[in-house]
Design a binder for this molecule. Structure first.
Ligand SMILES: [Zn+2]
Length: 445
């Protein structure tokens, strides 16, 4: 059984479990009366304080990576880390890494954290919830006098929103050419890394190898609406979906829209319209949570009185299973040939971008499930349709992600909101999972 099959089997086992969508109540909680809990009031206060940096008039934040607001927010974070008795430093890639020693110095560290940069006109929760919770978890450990076996590292990744730059530098996936990409702040990635206190010349020093970490945990808002809709407290991320994107060119023949009879046209836009419908039909004809989108389309020459001779559009497919993406692509390709043959047009597909699926570790998923159950919280295994730094960390060691509900499923918007109590639940699950991961990956139950 390969890793993916194992993951799927375990996930379907968890999904089928009657325990997961049922709160177990006080009896379970009494089993561990001394299990530590975070200070929820302090956590939500820190979250509110963080939202001042880059606050926009609509109630959210515009805290672009490498902007002044980003740098000031990072200064605030460094202060919180010192208050939590952590020792923060900035790695060569510009990530903030705050260490807390463990009892067994020979063990590899467990990393946990998230990001605090935002999209333009973003919200106060994406990345911030996981970042503030990670610091809160470390502070709680200190206050409770708990020293873990493994060294711990709280990580605030730089420029998640621009393309996981900080975490991909650490996983070794960032190419030197990408340092010249221009970020939304106007600075190149190299300039941004320097601005944050890193050193793009020494980027290799930030890189870690597979097996260099004992595990990675990240708490994040769902950014979709399913947990809230179904009244589930905690999402256990099965994996971060793979993404494949293509540029699709439909070639027909541009001709006079007044003099060319309807049965003699090679209308590229008509073909492209049928293609959009076919993509939707193929993707929805298979059971599962895969998604497919035509997100952009342009017709040429683009005049009211000319039959479109060419259309350039995009195709994007996402799923946890790379094989399913390939199957859908093949079927869409067959449909495209059939559609093109009907009016003498043709298709060409050019690959734009590929992100391989990043499954979470099935053992970490069961630790998250155990932690939620212990806290009397309902939980559900689900894919992440959005990208996260955790997908880069999955290259280095066992990865687990915890979701809390996003009200209305709204994200990347000032209207983004997660309830304070849900955030505290998530932080407590992060804490409990961290302690279980520290105790050893193999569970007795
Ligand atoms: Zn995020």
């Amino acid at each position: 059984m390969n890793r993916r099959q194992f993951g799927t089997t375990l996930a379907s086992g968890l999904l089928a479990s009657p325990l997961l969508d049922t709160p177990l109540g006080a009896a379970t909680r009494l089993l561990t009366p001394t299990a530590p809990r975070v200070n929820g009031e302090r956590l939500n206060r820190h979250l509110a304080e963080l939202s001042r940096f880059g606050s926009n008039p609509h109630g959210g934040v515009t805290r672009l990576a490498y902007s002044d607001a980003d740098k000031q927010a990072r200064e605030y974070v460094l202060g919180l880390m010192r208050d939590a008795k952590l020792t923060p430093s900035i790695d060569a890639a510009g990530n903030i890494i705050a260490a807390r020693p463990g009892r067994e110095a020979s063990l590899k560290p467990i990393l946990f954290g998230s990001h605090i940069d935002s999209v333009p006109e973003g919200g106060n929760y994406d990345g911030n919830v996981g970042s503030m919770s990670a610091i809160e978890v470390a502070q709680t450990l200190g206050e409770q006098g708990i020293t873990t076996r493994h060294p711990l590292q709280v990580v605030i990744w730089q420029n998640e929103e621009g393309g996981l730059y900080g975490s991909r530098a650490v996983s070794g996936q960032l190419t030197p050419e990408e340092l010249q990409n221009v970020s939304r702040s106007g600075k190149t990635i190299a300039e941004g890394v320097s601005f944050l206190g890193g050193d793009p010349q020494r980027l290799a020093e930030a890189k870690r190898a597979k097996g260099d970490i004992a595990g990675y945990l990240e708490l994040h808002i769902e950014q979709g609406g399913t947990l809230e809709r179904d009244h589930v407290d905690i999402g256990i991320v099965e994996g971060i979906v793979g993404i494949k994107q293509w540029e699709v060119t439909v070639t027909g023949f541009a001709n006079h829209a007044g003099t060319t009879p309807m049965d003699q046209r090679h209308d590229a836009l008509l073909t492209a319209s049928r293609f959009v419908e076919a993509v939707n039909r193929v993707v929805t004809s298979i059971p599962g949570r895969q998604v497919g989108t035509v997100g952009r389309m342009q017709a040429f020459p683009g005049a009211p009185n000319v039959i479109p001779g060419q259309v350039v559009c995009t195709l994007e497919l996402r799923d946890l299973d790379a094989g399913k993406i390939d199957t859908m692509y093949a079927r869409i390709g067959d449909e495209a040939k059939r559609i093109a043959a009907a009016n003498g047009t043709s298709f060409a597909f050019h690959s734009l971008h590929e992100n391989v699926p990043a499954p979470s570790d099935p053992r970490v998923r069961s630790l998250i499930a155990d932690s939620a159950r212990e806290l009397g919280l309902t939980a559900r295994v689900m894919p992440s349709g959005a990208g996260h730094d955790a997908q880069a960390m999955a290259q280095l060691g066992p990865m687990g992600m915890i979701f809390v509900p996003s009200i209305g499923g709204i994200s990347h918007s000032p209207k983004e909101f997660s309830r304070p109590n849900d955030i505290v639940n998530g932080a407590n699950v992060l804490l409990a999972t961290l302690l279980r991961l520290d105790a050893g990956l193999v569970t007795s139950g």
